[in-house]
Design a protein around this ligand. Structure first.
Ligand SMILES: *Cc1c(COP(=O)(O)O)cnc(C)c1O
Ligand SMILES: [Zn+2]
Length: 402
């Protein structure tokens, strides 16, 4: 295992990775693990490998540990025919992250975060989350035998609470401003030797690189022109972009796809800052959207996403709840059940296509971040039908009606 440095994405100040550092102590900006300059995919049978084994050259500072993996990653990249045709697109793909152990992409970053915690000798981990990340950290905490703390909102519904509680972490419903809980948890972590593997901590972001590596391999290194990511804290889009950059450094690809930061118009602080031509994001007032998983009014990596995408010509889009629900139904018609947040990329692509910002000949990949079974309340937004019939009448009923 080699040593690695963290650096501030704004002022470039260096930090050691032998301690938990989350944000820059000078400018409060996100820290990032230095970029891997070269590396090779560890060829082999993916049925026998973990993502950490296959891509270990790109994580030279993490231990490979079979005890910690739950079989995350290696998710399908599904090519769309129906929706692609409907939107007039030649090539449209869906990266189906609902196939992960706790049904969202968060598992990739939880794994690398937990491995870093183990490497540093931590016995306690934690997270602040409204849903998917809490489930993920609780599951990996169980698997790795770490004492696990999960801070959630006081008002969290039982439907979302129980899938966390089943893993038996210290589950604490916190009353008060949820926005400040992220920063509070970092203090508490320092005082109590708890490694908070929150939304955009550097070693969580690292895990998300694997999503990009897989897309490259699945497309035989003929990368998409655009990758669309539903963005909240900003950890996922940062990790995916970094993954493509590292594969470029390694010589696997010549270019990096253009990233599209997709948000819900009910909570779109990054999109807003971009279109208002602001240098920094500001807290989004009265956030409200059906896409709960991306309802972060003051995303900790917001400024970094803004800087990075501006510098690279990335796009920013936001879509209404109505457009999100429509996209969720479209995906189901193609056999994919995702939660509202994960339908945001498709809604964004549809919008960009209608506005003629996409010509139709581009190759596009949408990241389907999490499962539709995670948020069943969204079913009520659809006109879902079923028919009653008696057994003795079933035969005639079918011949007559269909
Ligand atoms: C966490 C989450 C996101 C947002 O990811 P960030 O890293 O916070 O930007 C998007 N979709 C789903 C389903 C999520 O759970
Ligand atoms: Zn700094």
């Amino acid at each position: 295992m080699i040593d690695v440095k963290l650096f501030c994405t704004k002022c470039n100040k260096e930090f050691s990775a032998n301690q938990v550092h989350i944000i820059c102590d000078v400018c409060n900006e996100a820290l990032e693990v230095e970029t891997v300059k070269q590396g090779k995919i560890c060829e082999g049978n993916v049925l026998e490998q973990s993502i950490m084994e296959r891509y270990k050259a790109f994580f030279p500072w993490l231990p490979i540990d079979h005890e910690t993996s739950l079989g995350e990653g290696f998710t399908a990249l599904v090519e769309s025919k129906k929706i692609a045709k409907e939107l007039g697109l030649d090539k449209l793909y869906f990266k189906n992250e609902t196939q992960n152990p706790t049904w969202s992409f968060k598992d990739r970053g939880t794994l690398t975060g937990v491995l870093h915690a183990i490497k540093l000798g931590y016995k306690k981990i934690g997270t602040v989350s409204t849903g998917n990340m809490a489930v993920s950290v609780a599951a990996y905490g169980s698997k790795a035998n770490l004492e696990t703390f999960v801070f959630v909102n006081k008002s969290m519904a039982a439907e979302k609470l129980n899938p966390i509680a089943i893993y038996d972490p210290h589950l604490i419903k916190v009353e008060g401003d949820y926005g400040n809980l992220y920063y509070k948890s970092l203090e508490i972590g320092k005082e109590n030797d708890i490694y908070f593997i929150n939304s955009d901590v550097p070693f969580r972001v690292e895990g998300y690189k694997t999503l990009a590596y897989e897309i490259c391999e699945q497309l035989n290194f003929e990368i998409p022109d655009y990758v669309v990511v539903p963005t909240s804290a900003g950890g996922n889009i940062r990790g995916i972009e970094k993954g493509f950059e590292e594969f470029k450094n390694a010589g696997y690809i010549d270019q990096v796809p253009t990233m599209i930061c997709a948000q819900a118009s009910g909570c779109s602080p990054i999109d807003k800052a971009y279109h208002d031509e602001e240098e920094n994001i500001t807290r989004f007032e009265n956030p409200h959207t059906i896409a709960h998983a991306i309802e972060n009014a003051f995303p900790p990596s917001g400024n970094q996403v803004l800087r990075k995408l501006r510098q690279k010509g990335g796009l920013f889009v936001s879509v209404t709840d109505e457009e999100i629900v429509k996209a969720q139904a479209m995906l189901a018609k193609e056999g994919l059940l995702v939660q509202p947040a994960s339908a945001v990329p498709l809604a964004a692509v549809k919008k960009l296509r209608e506005e003629k910002k996409l010509k139709g000949n581009e190759k596009i990949a949408c990241v389907l971040t999490g499962s539709g079974l995670k948020y069943t309340a969204a079913f009520e937004k659809h006109d879902l039908k079923s028919t009653d019939c008696k057994l003795e009448e079933l035969s005639t009923f079918i011949t007559k009606n269909y």
